[in-house]
Design a protein around this ligand. Structure first.
Ligand SMILES: [Zn+2]
Length: 187
């Protein structure tokens, strides 16, 4: 799934509890996106493609961080960077795993190739997870899920007066919430 969909799902996960600070909600949202940092190798790969020393960082490392080892690292980081430590860590762990589930069900490549999640890495190679009904990255269920997650995000912004936009800019978030409230308020 796209990082945007992962981010929205991570944000919704962070909204499960009312006790969390914005920073803690940010950590949980980030935990839902961060497995895809292994995809940044694509930039390096494209840039070096026609050079004497092409670096195949994407081909070799994409999905290298979609595993339990990295999940535990991210969970520990969430624990130490928050005040509501246990709750933030638990939701960060859940958020990370929702990312894995999302990729498992909806990230088949355009050429139909399917990748597996080496879930127990780096501890063991025992489980390589895949789902034979996995749909393609640009298939309709992904658009439906993104649409639903967006609708929920809008609704939460309307109700709570802040949104995922605030993780990037408080000012942009105020404008965003105002727009939604103006648009949907009963007259
Ligand atoms: Zn992913």
């Amino acid at each position: 799934m796209s990082p945007i969909t992962h981010g929205l799902i991570g944000w919704l996960t962070a909204n499960i509890s009312r006790k969390l600070t914005r920073r803690e909600m940010g950590l949980i949202t980030l935990a839902g996106v961060v497995p895809d940092v292994d995809g940044l190798g694509l930039i390096v790969e494209v840039l070096t493609r026609n050079t004497a020393h092409p670096l195949l960082w994407w081909t070799e490392y994409h999905h290298a961080l979609h595993n339990l080892g990295f999940a535990l690292l991210v969970t520990a980081a969430a624990f130490f960077l928050s005040r509501n430590r246990v709750l933030t860590a638990l939701l960060a762990f859940a958020s990370f795993h929702l990312h894995l589930v999302g990729d498992l069900v909806g990230s088949r490549g355009p050429d139909g190739d399917q990748w597996t999640i080496p879930y127990l890495a780096p501890f063991s190679n025992a489980w390589a997870l895949s789902w034979k009904y996995q749909w393609e990255l640009n298939a309709w269920p992904n658009f439906a899920i993104t649409g639903l997650a967006l609708a929920a995000t809008f609704w939460l912004a309307y109700k709570k007066g802040f949104s995922v936009v605030g993780l990037i800019s408080e000012k942009a978030d105020r404008a965003f919430v105002q727009t939604i409230r103006n648009r949907f308020s009963e007259k």
